[in-house]
Structure formats: structure tokens, C-alpha cells
Design a protein around this ligand. Structure first.
Ligand code: LMR
Length: 391
């Protein structure tokens, strides 16, 4: 039976992780996969997470099942983190294995409730969006997003989205667009929200980097704006980066219904989809996140730590842009300083990316995406020199 299986293309980001691991060169630099690293190159367990885990280890007296939608206090804590008090009574939430689990359930939900709806993806987007939708054989369209100069192609985006059919789904990166780091500004978000509302399009927001752009509330502001203007919405929230619990797979899918009766039906559909897909969502990471959000002291400490991560990334952005300007004597990298989140694209060709890896042991994704959070101040001059060398 298994002889009929085709060879699946390896995920480019995961392949790069393996190549890096197997590279014996001492001066290798990993700017590939999107995990946060501190100045010493570690992906730390956040202080509040460690404290909550210690407490959970002492207090938890059962590992029995929780529920198909996960724990209600996790759903409530994540809903209020993302939406504040907006949409109260109209929200259904399902805990999921990470943000990808939430996306998968969201795509399945669309297939259940609107089988003909197309899903619009930004060009470019996280490759796994494309790959999951291809796996599910869902109709996909792409809308213009990133302009050549590293800014938003707002006019192209709005023109493309105006051509979508009522009921189509528009996938948006809530903040810290992956892979470009290009986010709409407030006025552009407002125009996008109006366009979606006017066209009766359903926003599906992928929110995987909350807190890494301009701060927790600033990063949640676009989602909140969409919730105020669009009657229905889906938000796939990942706890991986925001709480540093990557491997614990803490995610949630939030669904905003137009009316509270519909939220009840939505909740039942989400429970059904969870049951068909993996039965119960994992609880450990979700429990830790809930403890952090619901304990004032832990929550404050977590906010201080995530603010520190964000400030560090944004200062690395400034240093990298300045270093590249100096080494290349050009302004082509200036937008790195104003883009947000972990990623930017350097605009390198696949050949230059390969050259960077082969000759200089610098690992970045094939489309030229660089993980800014993988840098540290000390390595910036070297990285700039190596990038300048392959140009
Ligand atoms: C990334 O884009 O590097 C992360 O979201 C990790 C992943 O699963 O691809």
C-alpha cells in the first residue's frame, strides 16, 4: 500500500533547520526558522511560564480529559487578550494544537459552512498557508500585498480584494506579516476593514506574533477594528511565540458570529471539528498560558519580558538596516528598520541565498526571509559583510 505514496516536498523552513543542525562550521548563523532568540542565542522559557509550570506541577492532581473545546478559562483569557470586551456573547472559541491547528480548523469550518467560498491569501504569505490549502484542495486566490520597495501595496491589495465574491474568506496577518514584516498602518487597516465589510468578506486573521510588533494592545488593534466593522470573523491565535511555548502547541480559534444564537451553532461546529480531527486539544500549554494571563503578578512579568523581546528586535532592525546601508552603500535595506516582527525579506535571489549558506554559513529561507530575532548585536557587522559579499 505505501509504495503508492509520492515523495512530498520537504517544507523549506524545516529543511533549513536540518541543514543548519548538520553543518559542522563553527561560525554558522541561523536566521531561518521563526523562533525568538536572546542575545546569547537561546530560545528561553519565559520567567512567568516557568513559574506557572512549577505551580502546575505542584497543584495539578489529574490529567483526565478537559473538553472538546479546551478549558473555558483558556478561551476566555485568550479572547479578552485579543478582543478585549468586543463581541461579548457572539464569540465561540476552540483550543487547538498551536496556531496551525487553529488555521486548519478554520479552513475546515469554511469548507463545512461555505464550500464554494474561495480563500484569499496575501502574496507572499507563510508557505504553510498555501500548503495546507492545497492539501485540502480548497480554492485559493492571491491578493497583492508586498510592493518591490518593501512597503505595502495598499492600492493593489484593495483592488484585488474588491474583486472577491461576497462570502469569500480573506486571510490577513494580524501583525508582523510573515515573511515580509510589512504591516498596514492604521489608515490602511481601516481601508481594508471597510473593503471587507462592504464586500461581505470574512476576515480570517492569523495572529501568531502578538506582542512582537508595537506592543500587545497596538498589535491587537487591527483585529479589534475588524471585529467592530465586520459582522463575522475568525482569528487563529498562536501562543507559540507570544508565550514562548512553541512545542506545547497552545493555540485557539476564535469565531465571531453576527448574533449570539449563531455563536452557539458555531461552538458546536468547532467541537465537532476538534473531535473529528484530534478529539481533545492539548491542555498543558493552554493551562500555563491561562495561569500567566489570570495571575496579575505573572501577567505583569510576562508583559515586561515580551516588551523586552520586542524592543530588542526593533533595535536589531535599526542596527541591521544601518549596517547594510554602510556595507552596501545603498538604501535598499532601509525598510528593515520600519518593518515589524521577526521577519523581513532581503530581496535576494535563490542563488544569493544559497551562496550565503554555502560560502558564509548564514542560513536564511530561500525567498530571502531573515529572522531578525536570530541576530545579536555582536554578529551584525559580520552578517552585513557576508550579505554584501553575495550581492
Ligand atoms: C516560521 O515561519 O518560521 C514559523 O512559523 C515556524 C514554522 O512552523 O514554519
Amino acid at each position: 500500500m505505501f509504495t503508492a505514496l509520492p515523495a512530498y516536498p520537504e517544507d523549506a523552513i524545516l529543511r533549513l533547520m536540518a541543514l543548519y543542525r548538520d553543518d559542522p562550521r563553527k561560525d554558522k548563523i541561523d536566521l531561518g526558522v521563526g523562533v525568538y532568540r536572546d542575545e546569547a542565542g537561546r530560545t528561553p522559557v519565559m520567567r512567568a511560564v516557568r513559574a506557572a509550570e512549577k505551580q502546575l506541577w505542584q497543584d495539578q492532581d489529574t490529567k483526565s480529559y478537559v473538553g472538546l473545546l479546551g478549558a473555558p478559562d483558556f478561551a476566555n483569557a485568550m479572547t479578552s487578550l485579543v478582543l478585549g470586551t468586543l463581541g461579548t456573547g457572539r464569540i465561540a472559541a476552540a483550543a487547538t494544537p498551536g496556531g496551525t491547528g487553529a488555521l486548519r480548523i478554520a479552513f475546515d469550518l469554511v469548507a463545512l459552512s461555505a464550500p464554494d467560498a474561495a480563500i484569499w491569501l496575501p502574496a507572499p504569505t507563510w508557505p504553510n498557508h498555501e500548503s495546507i490549502l492545497a492539501h485540502l484542495k480548497r480554492p485559493v486566490h492571491r491578493y497583492r500585498y508586498a510592493a518591490q520597495d518593501g512597503t505595502l501595496d495598499a492600492a493593489g491589495m484593495l483592488e484585488d480584494l474588491s474583486a472577491a465574491r461576497a462570502g469569500d474568506v480573506v486571510l490577513l496577518h494580524g501583525c508582523c506579516h510573515n515573511p515580509t514584516g510589512i504591516d498596514p498602518d492604521r489608515a490602511q487597516w481601516s481601508a481594508v476593514a471597510d473593503c471587507l465589510a462592504a464586500g461581505r468578506l470574512l476576515p480570517l486573521v492569523d495572529l501568531a506574533y502578538l506582542g512582537f510588533g508595537d506592543g500587545l494592545d497596538a498589535d491587537a488593534a487591527p483585529v479589534r477594528m475588524l471585529a467592530e466593522r465586520c459582522p463575522e470573523m475568525l482569528v487563529a491565535v498562536s501562543g507559540s511565540k507570544t508565550f514562548g511555548v512553541y512545542r506545547d502547541r497552545a493555540g485557539v480559534l476564535l469565531g465571531l458570529a453576527e448574533k449570539s444564537e449563531q455563536a452557539t451553532a458555531l461552538r458546536s461546529a468547532l467541537a465537532h471539528l476538534n473531535r473529528q480531527t484530534y478529539s481533545f486539544p492539548p491542555d498543558h500549554g493552554a493551562r500555563i498560558v491561562t495561569m500567566v494571563l489570570n495571575d496579575p503578578a505573572l501577567r505583569e512579568d510576562w508583559q515586561v519580558e515580551i516588551d523586552g523581546m520586542r524592543i530588542r528586535i526593533n533595535s536589531l532592525r535599526g542596527e541591521l538596516a544601518a549596517g547594510l546601508k554602510q556595507k552596501t552603500r545603498s538604501d535598499r535595506f532601509a525598510t528593515i528598520a520600519t518593518q515589524r516582527g521577526m521577519f523581513s525579506r532581503l530581496g535576494l535571489s535563490p542563488r544569493q541565498v544559497e551562496d550565503l549558506r554555502a560560502r558564509h554559513s548564514v542560513y536564511i529561507v530561500g525567498d530571502g526571509r531573515i529572522n531578525i530575532a536570530g541576530l545579536n548585536a555582536g554578529m551584525i557587522p559580520t552578517v552585513c559583510e557576508r550579505i554584501a559579499d553575495v550581492l
